[in-house]
Design a protein around this ligand. Structure first.
Ligand SMILES: Nc1ncnc2c1ncn2[C@@H]1O[C@H](COP(=O)(O)OP(=O)(O)OP(=O)(O)O)[C@@H](O)[C@H]1O
Length: 868
């Protein structure tokens, strides 16, 4: 039976090792793909699918040229695929007929290093997870910066998902052992939108420990549990298998203890628009966008991480505030530091490229220029009176040895390519200088030769030139050919108007010059890689300098914002009171052109003002107010100053939100389902030290369901959780709750009516709002007049009916006397379909006594969906 050709057999055996990657199989000047890879690639990359003779049969094939392969790889990576690059590793062994090939690197979305594939200054995290029972360990790495974190988390609830999501990973690697944790795997697969790989990890504990100890100096102190070791082992093994090159810049290992940070789940980050806006998902308009006045790339990345993880530790927050205050107090210091920071390049990415061996001479110069700034920056910081600034200054290592080495070795303006010479400074290496002088002398000799030949022949237009094919030549125009002496000139090339010649003397000199040029290029490359290697051995010093610069940069940015918008230093404490005097929403304030933002106070505590029930018409500023309280809390806990006249902030451990109508179109959940899921999450996970924002919960369903839900939720938070809560509602009837619940206080967004039109004052006042101005807002929004008129008619009709009902049966109107009917509900089972009977069974099996009202309604809703 016919077999595949040896080349196709080789392809198949390599492909079998990389089943989940596109195999780019190098054949001459092309990377070829075969079989299903070829079919899929031709679709994804819109390239022609052909076939080739594979021996046994014709096999589908498509290819991309070697020189433009990177653009195709980029496209595939962007779409979330992996690409295995398979190269020829030896010269063709003609006798055997098969060239040896092997995979030299697997490029995956989470492990890319190439500048052009990375999104600007953003982190490019790869996350690995493992776990057993209720504990899950997570390791995250950004290979382009060498940043590596590990953490161990409570596997119940959504903590793990929130933690994974907080990295916005490009790729997630799941330990195969986790397949037993079906629920978790399912959640990760449905919620985390990143390439996911199940990984089989087979190293023994001892092997893992040895491997990791040699990779990370702090390994033993950081990874103290078997799960942490395993998760890091998986990470490093996966990187080794994909990169197949040095991971020497991966030395910084941090352990995150989730309990040290405020927990902000996905919904809270999204609803508060911390890093992107709700509507368009853009950075512009988010809190990050406002705060990001950082001057360096690593500062910008760190700011994002700080926003993701506000602190709980007051001392650390205090330390950051001290720095911000020192900057605000000293305008000159603020300015000087800004000037220095602006001159510092992305040290983290430079360090990574240097140790990966992909840095060029320009990168080394960028490093040198950054390091040259550090001594002056250090001096400034050490001279301040702020202890943390002094410490940062003292800890900054300007790496003078590295600066000196690069200064001595690399010229000021080297070329991009490292293979064409022109990088190494004169005086750095004697041999190289010799080659250069031969080349230089050669050039002088050529000029002299030109003059000599002109004199000897009397041809003034005679010139000596050079091209790659013939080397040096003497060019003489056709009209002057008759003046040439016999024999000495050897013809080389004929042009339209001239002839080109060489002489024995010229050939001999050419040999000398070209050999020196070739040798000098090789030697330069060798010298350059030696310098790069030496710098690469010091990469951990560059990385720790980068960390300090990043911290300084973020705190400096906080000071810039605080000065620009007159923020104040909040007083943090471990009590339970949040008091904000004349607080503002940082982003809304910054984007309003006419400086008309109306400041509002906020006061919450555990004894009298635990829940603020906020009423008021649409557009009156309720959501803005709620968000501003949460944002001021977050700003306080990341160490920033806050937009207020004065602020006292109790440390908050978690923030939960339910704001706005965020339909989960992709996940296929309705507004109401999203609303319920987010509220449910808050009710389950909040502690007495949390802050909950609920904006018009119940809006997604019918009026009475919605109101009942809202009521039940407020009551539950009041009686069972006890955490500070801002609850906005358009059910004015809920204001009656103030009489029933001791720690609930009504406030309202004040509006006035002028000439039949509503005027929003955006001012929060005590007490409940007396009526909804919804119809007026609709009018403002441009609804047709007949619709508005009809709505007004209906409204007054409704109001009339309610009044009638109230007088007819006093005391029975309150909408809060809802609840389960006293008499048992008898369900007629006759005539029910099989499905309906099953549903009834399901309802009977629910343990409703141990569920929150909200969970019960969610169950009903799910059941209703199933029955549809
Ligand atoms: N304190 C304020 N000062 C100035 N403008 C404000 C203030 N608060 C809110 N606004 C502006 O008023 C508009 C409506 O605000 P917001 O969305 O908070 O109202 P809302 O009461 O929550 O409305 P809805 O019930 O329709 O969601 C926004 O465009 C916002 O920019």
């Amino acid at each position: 039976m016919a077999q595949y050709t040896p080349m196709i057999q080789q392809y198949l055996s390599i492909k079998a090792q990389y089943p989940d990657a596109f195999l780019f199989f190098r054949l001459g000047d092309f990377y070829e793909m075969f079989f299903s890879d070829a079919e899929k690639a031709s679709e994804e990359l819109e390239i022609t699918l052909t076939s080739r003779d594979g021996g046994k049969e014709r096999v589908p094939m498509c290819g991309v040229p070697y020189h433009s392969a990177h653009t195709y790889v980029e496209k595939l990576i962007e779409k979330g695929y992996k690409v295995a690059i398979c190269e020829q590793v030896e010269n063709p062994a003609a006798a055997k007929g098969v060239v040896k090939r092997e995979v030299v690197r697997v490029i995956t979305p989470g492990t890319i290093m190439e500048e052009n594939m990375l999104v600007d200054q953003e982190n490019n995290f790869l996350v690995t997870i493992t776990g057993s029972g209720s504990t899950v360990a997570l390791a995250a790495v950004d290979l382009s910066t060498g940043e590596c974190h590990v953490t161990e988390l409570d596997g119940s609830g959504n903590f793990v998902l929130d933690e994974i999501a907080s990295y916005q990973p490009k790729e997630v690697v799941l330990d195969e052992l986790l397949t037993q944790e079906k629920n978790l795997i399912h959640k990760v697969q449905t919620r985390i939108k990143a390439l996911q790989t199940l990984f089989t990890y087979s190293r023994s504990d001892t092997e893992t420990e040895q491997e990791l100890a040699s990779q990370f100096p702090d390994f033993a102190q950081v990874c103290t549990t078997p799960l942490l070791k395993r998760v890091l082992g998986i990470l490093v093994t996966y990187l080794q298998q994909t990169q197949k090159r040095s991971l020497s810049h991966l030395q910084r290992l941090r352990r995150y203890d989730a309990r040290q940070y405020m927990m902000l789940d996905d919904a809270a980050k999204r609803n508060l628009e911390l890093t992107v806006t709700l509507g368009e998902g853009k950075k512009r308009g988010s809190l990050l966008w406002l705060l990001d006045r950082t001057a360096t790339a690593m500062g910008s990345r760190l700011l994002k991480r700080w926003l993701d993880k506000p602190l709980l530790n007051m001392e650390k927050i205090y330390e950051r505030q001290e720095v911000v205050e020192a900057f605000i107090a000293d305008f000159l210091l603020l300015d000087d530091v800004k000037d220095y920071l602006k001159q510092v390049y992305d040290l983290e990415r430079l360090a990574a490229r240097i140790s990966f061996g992909s840095a060029n001479a320009r990168d080394l110069n960028a490093l040198k220029r950054s390091l040259q700034v550090i001594p002056r920056l250090k001096e400034k910081l050490i001279l301040t009176s702020c202890p943390r600034l002094q410490q940062l200054g003292e800890e900054m290592d300007a790496c003078p040895d590295i600066t000196e080495l690069i200064e001595q070795a690399i010229v000021d303006e080297p070329p991009v390519s490292v293979k064409e010479g022109g990088m190494i400074r004169e005086g750095y290496d004697q041999k190289l200088d010799e080659y250069h002088s031969i080349q230089k002398d050669g050039k002088t000799w050529i000029t002299q030769l030109e003059q000599r030949e002109r004199a000897a022949t009397g041809i003034k237009s005679l010139k000596v030139g050079y091209n790659r094919v013939f080397g040096y030549y003497i060019e003489i125009t056709k009209s002057n050919l008759r003046l040439l002496p016999e024999g000495r000139y050897q013809r080389k090339q004929t042009l339209a108007n001239a002839e080109r010649f060489v002489t024995a003397e010229l050939k001999e000199r050419e040999q000398l010059i070209l050999t020196a040029a070739e040798k000098s290029v090789d030697l330069e490359y060798e010298l350059f890689t030696q310098v790069r290697e030496q710098v690469s051995n010091q990469v951990n010093r560059i990385q720790s300098l980068a960390e300090r610069v990043a911290e300084l940069d973020v705190l400096h940015a906080f000071a810039i914002i605080a000065r620009q918008y007159q923020y104040v230093r909040p007083a943090l404490h471990s009590g339970d009171r949040i008091f904000i005097e004349a607080g503002r929403h940082p982003v809304v304030e910054a984007v309003s052109d006419d400086e008309t933002f109306i400041a509002n106070d906020a006061e919450l505590d555990a004894t009298k003002r635990q829940i603020l029930l906020i009423t008021g018409p649409n557009m009156a500023g309720k959501s803005t107010y709620m968000r501003q309280v949460a944002l001021i809390t977050i700003l306080s806990q990341i160490g920033s100053f806050v937009p207020a006249r004065q602020a006292e902030v109790a440390i908050v451990d978690r923030i939960f939100t339910r704001i706005g109508a965020a339909d989960d179109l992709i996940g296929g959940r309705s507004t109401f389902m999203v609303e319920m899921a987010e509220t449910c999450h808050a009710l389950k996970e909040a502690t007495p030290r949390s802050l909950i924002l609920l904006d018009e919960v119940g809006r997604g369903t019918s009026t009475y369901d919605g109101m009942a839900l809202a009521h039940a939720i407020v009551e539950y938070i009041h009686d069972h959780i006890g955490c500070k809560t801002l609850f906005s509602t358009h059910y004015h009837e809920l204001t009656e709750l103030e009489d029933k619940l001791d720690r609930l206080v009504n406030i309202h967004a004040h509006c006035i009516e002028r000439n039949g039109k509503v005027v929003f004052l955006h001012r929060m006042m005590p007490g409940g709002a007396d009526r909804s101005y919804g119809i007026h807002v609709a009018e403002l929004a441009g609804l047709p007049q007949p619709v508005i008129e009809r709505a007004k008619e209906l409204l007054s009709e409704l109001e009339g009916r309610l009044q009638q009902a109230a007088s007819a049966s006093p005391g029975q109107l309150s909408l809060f006397d809802w609840g389960p009917p006293q008499e048992k509900v008898v369900v007629k089972e006759v005539g029910l379909s099989e499905e309906e009977k099953q549903a009834l069974e399901a309802i009977r099996s629910w343990d409703l006594l141990n569920k929150t009202p909200f969970e019960s309604i969610q169950l009903l809703f799910e059941l209703q969906q199933k029955l549809k």
